[in-house]
Design a protein around this ligand. Structure first.
Ligand code: UN1
Length: 517
């Protein structure tokens, strides 16, 4: 193992999380299914091979499916508050392993340690939420129109839920889905991103311990590994009533078609092209803070990352110089070193997409005002470290309309009323997150009104990223329309049943229909 990783105790991290230690770069073969093909996980931090997993074959998948289906029969009959108790124990274990798991997230996908720890905190928070929820899976009762009849609705679990998650939130997004699905009585099969498979194994190890301690079947939580082909086992399988998928719009369209063609349900959380509107009444300091974290946090690889700043012409120069100055303070380097703000991109493909986007924005007539480049030299050997860039652009540039998963921020000038800025902000294919920076109540309320932002998330005086778990998370248009995490997002993991009970000895029909024999 390279010095850089050892320096931050990665060997101990792997041990704590039950991942076999690396032996001279030999694949560790952590998940032992029958397949011979392996998936290797290289850290973008130092380019080092961390470990590998076996790719799930169709035969392995069948075995997993069998285990999951059998586990569901047991799990569904356990009272929801008891399922909540299992999730509570999972949350407790996460608290103990927060440091180790946070470090693994940081090392395997490259986000700063602070954000890695924050991601595990998000898991802990959703566990707490799910525990409470396990006593609140409420249905409504209705007044029947017929005498001596009672009507109510209740929620039952769906069965086996398939979860496909992305590399950028390799543990939290799974937890949003799985903990809610578990308290609802579902069992889950998870395919983590092929770019962060070890985070998946670590989480599976933690929940497996909890299940074993409670003498519950391990099929309540299942892990499969591989790329989209392995995901396809799930999306095409009509034994899986719900697929929750997070990732690109391109991927989401394929998943949606597969699932719809068998009339399954899908919950999609796809691309964003998130903007912050900065009006003349904005607090500039707050704007700079919110925009810089939004644009460079997770190296611009959150689906909620700030990609566009739509700034009023009267304050444009002030905001621009504030942001450019802030970018000069950014320290880019090993994300495990807490003095750094920005870690690497996930891989070289991501670096190429970043470079292409910078080229394209210039070709379309944009001006680069904070130069982007791939960093070279000591500490940057993985080739995945890039400088966050800023370009002045027009909102209708093709590249500005496109989600590039990299730290590139486009500055767009608007004039006139806030309505113009709102129109620009909405005029993209995606609809995940949005924000307005203003101390003007009328502007803020208009932004939140029906004439305002068309996104699933609309914030005032905070950035576009960093949502709390308590709210429903997701977006409109090409973002896919799904809602995960808080509020009443749990309902998607259950099937609703309406029950009418007649406690008389008559059989009256609804709508007063007479049918006398
Ligand atoms: C994602 O990028 O897929 O709101 C999820 C946020 C995080 C979750 C992002 N809580 O930025």
């Amino acid at each position: 193992m390279k010095e850089s990783a050892n320096l931050f105790g990665i060997e101990n991290v792997l041990k704590t999380l039950g991942l076999k230690a690396i032996n001279n770069g030999t694949p560790t073969g952590i998940v032992n299914y029958s397949g011979n093909s392996i998936l290797e996980s290289f850290s973008p931090v130092d380019g080092q091979l961390i470990g590998s997993v076996t790719i799930t074959t169709k035969a392995d998948f069948e075995a997993v499916m069998e285990k999951a289906t059998a586990a569901f029969k047991i799990w569904r009959t356990m009272p929801a508050p008891q399922r909540g108790e299992v999730v509570r124990q999972f949350g407790d274990k996460l608290r103990k392993k927060k440091e180790a798991l946070g470090k693994l997230v940081s090392y395997e996908m490259g986000k700063s340690l602070q954000e890695g720890l924050g991601e595990v905190q998000e898991m802990i928070d959703i566990c707490d939420f799910a525990v409470g929820l396990s006593r609140q899976l409420y249905g409504l009762t209705m007044h029947s129109e017929r005498p001596g009849h009672r009507m109510y609705e209740q929620y039952h679990p769906l069965g086996v839920v398939g979860i496909i998650s992305a590399f950028n939130f390799p543990v939290a997004v799974w937890a949003w889905n799985t903990t809610l699905a578990w308290v609802c009585g579902d069992v889950c099969i998870w395919k983590p991103s092929e770019k962060a498979p070890l985070c998946g194994v670590a989480c599976q190890n933690i929940i497996s311990e909890v299940l074993a301690k409670n003498k519950l079947p391990e099929g309540i939580s299942n892990l499969i590994n591989g790329d989209y082909k392995v995901g396809g086992f799930m999306t095409k399988d009509n034994r899986i009533p719900l697929i929750s998928a997070t990732g690109s719009t391109r991927m989401g369209k394929i998943v949606a078609q597969d699932v719809a063609s068998r009339l399954g349900k899908s919950l999609l959380e796809l691309g964003g092209n998130n903007a912050i509107i900065v009006t003349p009444d904005a607090d500039i300091k707050m704007t700079v803070m919110g925009a810089v974290f939004g644009a460079v946090g997770t190296a611009g690889q959150r689906c909620t990352s700030t990609r566009r700043l739509i700034i009023h012409e009267d304050i444009y120069d002030k905001v621009k110089s504030g942001i450019v100055d802030a970018y000069k303070q950014l320290r880019i380097g090993n994300p495990l070193d807490e003095t750094n703000h920005v870690g690497p991109l996930i891989d070289k493909d991501a670096v190429n997409m970043y470079l292409n986007a910078l080229k394209q924005v210039v070709e379309e007539g944009g001006t680069i005002i904070a130069k982007g480049e791939v960093l070279k030299g000591k500490g940057y050997e993985s080739g995945c470290y890039v400088k966050p860039a800023i370009a002045e652009a027009k909102p209708d540039f093709k590249i500005v309309q496109h989600e590039t998963f990299a730290p590139i921020l486009y500055l767009i000038k608007y004039s006139g009323d806030v309505e113009n800025a709102i129109e620009t902000q909405n005029n993209v294919a995606q609809g995940l997150s949005s924000a307005i920076m203003t101390n003007n109540l009328q502007e803020a309320e208009l932004f939140l009104s029906v004439q305002g932002s068309d996104c699933g998330i609309a914030n005032v005086n905070i950035g576009t990223s960093g949502a709390e778990i308590g709210g429903a998370f997701g977006g409109e248009k090409e973002t896919g329309g799904g809602r995960e995490s808080g509020s009443d997002a749990w309902k998607v993991y259950m099937r609703r049943q309406t029950n009418t009970i007649n406690y008389t000895s008559e059989v009256p029909l609804a709508q007063g229909i007479k049918f006398d024999l």
